[in-house]
Design a protein around this ligand. Structure first.
Ligand code: ATP
Ligand code: MG
Length: 422
């Protein structure tokens, strides 16, 4: 029969890899807790309109990357391509704005985008993200950026740069857009096909096009920073000085833009040199208009999302080595009575809180010891028929090869103490 394979761009995480992921997740979770963010778990699918309206119809995601399908009743549903839309939908639906304290959420989970799969770019990938709702204060921006930076620094990810830009307010961009459009039209012939289309649809996005010819043209384009209002300037200055105070390094990047009206002021991205072409580890910014766009009350908000696959790719060996190894005891029960006594001991050890394993296919001591080595167990508890008669077992240290007799009636307590001593 033919073998059924996984879908293109969708990856299995095998047990060799999951400890790295757990470390990343635990680190993110720990820092999020320290910063007063609480976990939210939102559905993996939602009505399509939610994403179309919140991400914007002129974005890559909505134009060509969404997994959209028709439900049995004919309604259009979409697998979530990101986590902000669902979080904001839940915020509105559960009237969280009525709660008189800031609503600070974090989430983990799979996201789905129909992209061309390559290293660091999958169709099912995973994000950790945070959303801070309710505070229109530069300190809230600094707080989420600091959280992002602490997580990445704690994991010791190499070659990171935090880039930051000021998108100003909608009115500022309304002043800027015609200047940019008229400049781009003058240079239209030199732009890539994508950007020529963007001139009308989403001109700001031309600024962050990666095509070298487009970059050369936009290098000398009018700058949004020259169109920003005094209020927008001063907000951003306070964000930057806040980052200085908490010693988070950044570099200004005028190309960092988002084309949608509910994004404003602070926008940022973290890149890593080691990631090659897919160099973004995470991105975020302020989106004061989104809650209202989705039908909620006007609510300031700021957040970010990190890509877990890319974090895992960057995780250095030195950090991986710090993951504590599981202490597992192997139980070698053999012979008519030894097998039964061995299985009883296995259960006792587990009930006493230890990790205990055996390979039930092994029938000789030699075979058991080989499996104990392969499984990386530090100790083996040997129970043959002779041991059963004596009411004892033999505890073998697999590294030093030293063996001790051990009383079977108090086996778990004794093994506990051996683990502590080793
Ligand atoms: P990119 O420029 O790499 O396409 P993006 O702007 O689409 O990124 P965001 O929507 O800001 O990405 O998502 C935040 C993070 O999620 C990215 O920085 C990246 O680490 C990760 N990410 C996004 N799309 C994918 C994907 N298809 N596969 C793996 N990770 C992804
Ligand atoms: Mg993308």
């Amino acid at each position: 029969m033919s073998v059924i394979k996984s879908i293109k761009g969708v990856k299995d995480l095998l047990p060799e890899e999951t400890p790295r992921w757990r470390l990343i997740e635990e680190t993110a979770r720990r820092w999020a807790g320290r910063y007063g963010f609480h976990e939210i778990r939102i559905p993996i699918f939602e009505v399509t309109t939610l994403f179309a309206r919140s991400i914007g119809t002129s974005t890559d995601i909505v134009e060509k990357e969404m997994y959209t399908f028709q439900d049995r009743d004919g309604s259009s549903l979409t697998l979530r391509p990101e986590g902000t839309a669902g979080t904001v939908r839940a915020y509105i639906e559960h009237n969280r704005g009525a709660i008189p304290v800031p609503q600070k959420f974090f989430y983990f989970g799979p996201m789905f985008r129909h992209e061309r799969p390559q290293a660091g770019r999958l169709r099912q990938f995973h994000q950790f993200g945070v959303e801070s709702l309710g505070m229109a204060d530069p300190q809230a921006d600094v707080e989420v950026i600091a959280l992002l930076w602490r997580i990445l620094s704690d994991l010791d990810l190499p070659g990171l740069t935090l880039e930051i830009n000021n998108l100003g307010y909608t009115a500022d961009r309304d002043t800027f857009r015609p200047q940019l459009v008229s400049y781009l039209k003058q240079h239209e012939a030199g732009l890539c096909a994508n950007c020529r289309h963007r001139i009308e649809a989403n001109p700001l996005r031309v600024l962050d096009c990666k095509v070298p010819e487009c970059r050369a043209i936009t290098d000398t384009a009018p700058r949004l920073s020259d169109s920003l209002s005094e209020v927008a300037h001063s907000y951003f200055t306070r964000v930057l000085s806040g980052l200085d105070v908490v010693k988070i390094p950044y570099s200004l990047n005028h190309r960092l833009v988002r084309g949608l009206d509910y994004y404003n002021l602070t926008t940022f991205e973290v890149t890593a040199t080691d990631l090659g072409a897919q160099n973004a580890v995470g991105a975020g910014g302020r989106y004061d208009g989104l809650v209202e766009t989705l039908g909620g009350p006007s609510t300031p908000a700021v957040g970010f999302a990190l890509g877990l696959e890319r974090m895992s790719m960057l995780l250095p060996e030195s950090t991986v080595r710090k993951i504590p190894k599981d202490m597992t005891v192997y139980v070698a029960g053999f012979g008519g009575h030894g097998v039964v006594a061995g299985f009883t001991a296995l259960e006792e050890l587990r009930l006493a809180g230890l990790q205990a394993v055996s390979d039930f296919r092994s029938t000789t001591l030699k075979a058991h010891l080989r499996q104990a080595d392969r499984l990386g167990c530090r100790f083996t508890l040997i129970i043959g028929d002779d041991e059963v008669v004596k009411g004892s077992g033999v505890l073998r240290d697999m590294v030093t090869k030293v063996q001790h007799d051990i009383n079977l009636s108090t086996v778990s307590a004794q093994i506990h103490s051996h683990f502590h001593a080793s």
